[in-house]
Design a protein around this ligand. Structure first.
Ligand SMILES: *Cc1c(COP(=O)(O)O)cnc(C)c1O
Length: 417
């Protein structure tokens, strides 16, 4: 049985009825399966036993502290993109020596924090950033471990908002000029050049772009060797896709197999940064139907979650499977499933077939564990949803639903004359 399955027409998360959890915690609610999270991590980690490796979970995917703690306890590292995420990762219990730091806009303060905490390495995205890391390292009298994020100019065949390894993207250093960057870094006594990183995009559903990227990285390594530059780490980023609709992405096993000629028995230490693969299928967003509304041309199902809770549909044209929490027969209605927010982009599905549903029914939006809550906002002054983790026959509220007080907690109400 999967983490989210129907038994006698009732949706379960592990061994609990979703309906019963929701009766206690309300909607909208993010519900995560602890078991799915663990299994996804283990599937990824075990696929790469053919080589020395570390799985650094991409914190931005889902940064709930309990989820982070679960992964840290399994031995995972963390891929962070800000000092805020460094704080979350350390708070949750990730070891600094398993933390890698990416991002095109690291500030001096962020670099300082990461250096002070002795993280594994910075994935450097530009030469000005390299200079700043060096000067901060000099100030704190440390050598900063760095790798360059290289941009291999590869089309990962995914949505253009989540392609990151094309020449026109802002990420990384053009792989054709990377050797010069490495030479420059290797002459700097406040820097220790330890690796190379590549991350070409997200929700990638074939192995070819990964293979192509790794081949290009190995060509770079050969060039570097000729310059007497030896690296220790090859960080292959994240990006492995999941099934939202009818995609058939490779499994971690398939990916490992495809990369195996390059990475098996390699002297390098490999790092992977999966996010979506680990958290995506481990979560659902549960929402309640507020109204059924029919116009001359459309039927709308209006629910109590909005694009502030889950913005993937409007941001990435993303598809999410949506089903009633209580199964109610054949698909008979053709509807748009929309939220309460004053934006036409506030939808979860368009022209979707649903079984007959009624006001008050619960809907489950599947595969919402990645880039769901972590991208949520308070738009329209909507308190953010609660987050609940289920393990076997127990549920735990791991983040309370926000209150109206939370909405204004950082404000100062002034009468300015
Ligand atoms: C977003 C991101 C990831 C995770 O990507 P997924 O597609 O969720 O696996 C990994 N590394 C970097 C640098 C990222 O920006």
């Amino acid at each position: 049985m999967g983490a989210f399955d129907y038994q006698k027409g009732e949706l379960y998360c592990e061994r609990l009825k979703v309906k019963e959890i929701i009766a206690a915690v309300g909607t909208p609610c993010y519900l995560y399966s602890h078991r799915a999270l663990v299994e996804n991590y283990q599937a990824f980690n075990e696929a790469f036993t053919c080589t020395k490796h570390l799985v650094c979970y991409a914190v931005k995917t889902n940064a709930n502290l309990t989820i982070l703690r679960t992964l840290a306890n399994l031995g995972a590292g963390a891929d962070i993109v800000s000092a805020g995420e460094l704080y979350l990762a350390l708070t949750a219990g990730f070891k600094p020596e398993k933390i890698v730091f990416a991002g095109v806009g690291k500030t001096g303060d962020e670099i300082y924090d990461a250096l002070k905490n002795d993280i594994l390495m910075f994935n450097v995205e530009s030469l000005p950033e390299l200079d700043l890391i060096s000067s901060v390292a000099k100030k704190v009298k440390k050598r900063a471990r760095i790798s360059f994020r290289v941009n291999p100019d590869i089309n990962p065949q995914t949505h253009h908002h989540i392609s990151t390894g094309l020449a026109q993207n802002k990420f990384g250093i053009n792989i054709n000029f990377a050797a010069e960057a490495y030479e420059r870094a290797s002459l700097d006594k406040f820097l220790e050049v330890v690796g190379v990183q590549v991350h070409i995009g997200s929700q990638i559903t074939t192995v070819e772009p990964f293979v192509e990227a790794v081949e290009k990285v190995f060509r770079l390594l050969k060039t570097l060797k000729e310059l007497a530059l030896e690296l220790k780490y090859i960080d292959l980023g994240g990006g492995l896709g999941i099934t939202y609709n009818d995609e058939k992405p490779p499994t971690p096993q398939d990916l490992a197999q495809a990369l195996s000629p390059l990475i098996r028995k390699s002297p390098y230490h490999f790092i992977f940064e999966p996010g979506r693969y680990i958290a995506g299928t481990a979560g659902i967003l549960v929402t309640k139907i507020l109204y059924l509304k029919e116009t001359q041309v459309k039927k709308f199902v209006i629910v109590d979650a909005g694009m502030n809770d889950l913005s993937r549909p409007v941001m990435y044209d993303a598809y999410h499977e949506i089903k009633p929490v209580r199964e109610s027969g054949q698909n008979e209605m053709l509807v748009d499933i929309v939220g309460p927010i004053c934006e036409s982009g506030d939808y979860f599905a368009k022209n979707r077939r649903l079984p007959l549903v009624e006001q008050g029914d619960l809907l489950a939006i599947f595969n919402a564990g990645a880039y769901g809550f972590s991208m949520s906002s308070n738009y329209n002054a909507r308190p953010r949803a609660c987050e609940v983790v289920v393990s076997k026959n127990q549920y735990y509220i791991v983040r309370d639903r926000e209150t109206f007080g939370d909405l204004v907690s950082n404000e100062r109400l002034l009468d300015i004359k």
